[in-house]
Design a protein around this ligand. Structure first.
Ligand code: 9MR
Ligand code: 9MR
Length: 582
């Protein structure tokens, strides 16, 4: 099996990368032989000097590794490989090279005798600042209803799309005061993903995660500039960016306090630029999930923007009032689930259980108003879970933990700490038992698996912020490494970063703009064995194994799409590691 490796010891990464893409294009694996490009996997962006640093090495019988200066034979560190073990999600037998003790800045590669060197990586004190900035800029580049100008986007400049100033109330959303066909204005917001629709449920967790990044690391984000039109004003860019979506979300509240589930075309737009997209757009059905997510985000925004009232006059008060009206609507309408109307074919975000949304909204309203009745309305399950668009319960624990020294006597501080710590410790336990040293398990390879990894990292970071257990931060680092190349296909899953990058995201702008390189800083969905799009792909998936079931092709919307809820934890985690590992 290792035959191919011996003469490939100095096999350059570029050649290896070329080989891999050729094999993918041709749809053939290296039959019977381990893929040389897969020998040593490492975070291809690199590390902060004081970070936990681990590479994954295909088991080859070797027992030692070294770190060399990139492109040379100058050994700067040597260590022992761990015993071989199998990662169930990829079926591979691998060893770990832990070089955390090596802290010198520079550019390096991992070397194991008999294997091709790892991709290059850097060690620097500001290693994640630029990625954090690009990840945030993704939101600017995907703003609806505004042109993206050359000054702020360079070659990614584009015309305005989807003005959404004349949106039609769909039959499913009709009321006596806004009958079917009523026209409302609902501009701004971010495009959800590869498609141009705007969905409140997914906006909830996405906007919250950006607001939490600011609320947890205000000093960092006050200094961070992301070169957007608002840069240089008195407001941190992350809050300026979030405001673009908050302004849209406010328009999605009906007069009775309920919130429309989505603003959408009837059919997905083709693979066209925004300005060529459909102008006939609808607001569809008010739902309990959308209304509660809205309440949670507006309550959060109200307390965060309070100090920026001169930049956004009246916003903080308006957001709170809107959140309370949404809460009341949800109290009166506790079980209105989304049902896709027959004439609407776009994304559903149809959550079937809204108890977590209720608890999250109650928690944010409690923190912002200090009104105990909200705390009492919060009924969260005993076991906390990793957040996703449909599972937002832990967002309540994140906010309660953040504000735990400033809550009323009603709040059970111990319970809050226990919930954060239990989840972090479960994830740490999985990490320590994992052949890859990551919390990701086979069951985590769902649609958007890369965001599962980063939301796990975000929860580990909460554990670390609570009780300073260094292992939690290290386990979060491992998951960040995973999305940047230390994975079963030796690929970075972030556009523009790493030696092997996603080049064909399922993203209408990236497809239609005629530019080869997708804009940097987009996290693509990642491997999943679902393959429900396989029939639309001219090239077969190279593997059915969950952690390897990935196709860098626009056809593969389950593995290469981008989305606001996936990029948000990329912003959060890259910023947090930049701040916490210094
Ligand atoms: O482009 C659409 C993408 O944004 C969605 O996530 C995905 C699932 O809803 O659907 C994509 O649209 C595809 C449609 O579902 C099936 N026909 C081909 C479309 C484009 O690939
Ligand atoms: O991320 C969503 C995933 O969890 C769901 O299983 C899937 C099908 O409902 O939809 C995904 O979200 C897509 C949305 O429906 C439309 N815009 C693109 C989103 C990312 O693929």
């Amino acid at each position: 099996m290792l035959r191919g490796f011996f003469y490939l010891t100095r096999f350059s990464m570029k050649a290896a990368a070329a080989c891999l893409s050729v094999s993918l294009v041709a749809g053939i694996a290296f039959a019977g032989e381990a893929d040389p490009a897969l020998a040593i996997r490492v975070n291809q962006l690199g590390f902060m000097p004081l970070a936990h640093k681990v590479a994954v090495v295909s088991a080859s019988g070797a027992t030692a590794f070294s770190i060399v200066r990139a492109g040379t034979s100058k050994v700067v560190y040597s260590g022992k490989l761990s015993a071989a073990a199998t990662w169930e999600a990829s079926g591979e037998s691998v060893q770990l090279a832990d070089f955390s003790a090596f802290q010198r800045t520079g550019d390096y590669q991992v070397r194991v005798t008999g294997l091709p060197d790892s991709p290059r990586f850097g060690v620097r004190t500001d290693q994640y600042a630029q990625l954090n900035q690009s990840a945030l800029r993704y939101y600017y580049l995907n703003r609806a209803s505004i042109a993206v100008s050359k000054q702020f986007a360079g070659k990614y400049a584009r015309a305005a799309g989807h003005p959404d100033d004349r949106v039609i109330v769909h039959a499913s959303a009709a009321t006596a005061t806004r009958p079917e066909g009523t026209v409302i204005a609902s501009p701004k917001g971010w495009y959800d993903a590869g498609d141009y629709n705007k969905y409140i449920v997914n906006s909830g967790i996405s906007t919250y995660t950006l607001l939490a990044a600011y609320e947890h690391f205000p000093d960092y984000y006050r200094k961070q500039s992301s070169n957007i039109p608002e840069s240089g004003d008195a407001v941190p860019d992350v809050l300026n960016e979030a405001m673009w979506n908050l302004a849209w979300m406010l328009t999605m509240q009906d007069e009775d306090g309920g919130v429309y589930h989505k603003l959408t075309n009837k059919l997905f737009d083709g693979m066209v630029m925004p300005e060529q997209g459909s102008v006939e757009r609808y607001v569809v059905q008010k739902t309990t999930a959308a209304t509660l997510d809205f309440a949670a985000v507006m309550a959060t925004a109200s307390r965060i923007y309070r100090q920026y009232d001169s930049a956004f006059p009246g916003f903080s008060a308006r957001a709170l009032k809107s959140a309370e009206r949404a809460w009341q609507w949800a109290q009166a309408n506790p079980g209105v689930l989304y049902r896709q109307p027959a004439d609407v074919k776009t994304g559903e975000y149809a959550d079937r259980n809204v108890s977590d949304e209720l608890a999250w909204a109650a928690a944010e309203l409690y923190i912002t108003t200090k009104n105990d009745s909200y705390y009492q309305a919060m009924r969260l399950p005993q076991v906390s879970t990793v957040p996703s668009w449909s599972d937002v319960g832990s967002l309540a624990w994140i906010s309660l933990s953040q504000h735990r020294s400033n809550l009323t006597a009603t709040a059970d501080r111990q319970l809050i700490a226990t919930h954060i710590d239990q989840l972090a410790s479960t994830l740490l336990d999985r990490t320590e038992k994992s052949a890859y040293n990551v919390a990701m398990q086979t069951a985590d390879f769902v649609w958007g698996s890369n965001a599962v990894a980063l939301n796990q990292a975000m929860m580990l970071i909460q554990g670390y912020r609570l009780n300073a257990r260094r292992e939690y931060l290290d386990a979060a680092q491992s998951l960040f490494d995973y999305v940047l190349g230390r994975n079963a296909i030796n690929r970075s899953f972030v556009t523009g970063y790493g030696s092997m990058q996603p080049m064909h995201p399922h993203h209408r702008i990236s497809q239609a703009d005629g530019i080869v390189e997708p804009a940097p800083g987009m996290l693509i969905g990642g491997p999943t064995a679902l393959q429900i799009d396989a029939r639309e792909c001219k090239v077969p998936y190279p593997s059915k194994v969950p952690a390897k079931s990935y196709l860098d092709d626009v056809c593969s919307y389950t593995t290469t799409e981008v989305a606001i809820n996936w990029n948000a934890p990329l912003v959060y985690v890259s910023g947090a590691l930049q701040v916490l590992t210094r």
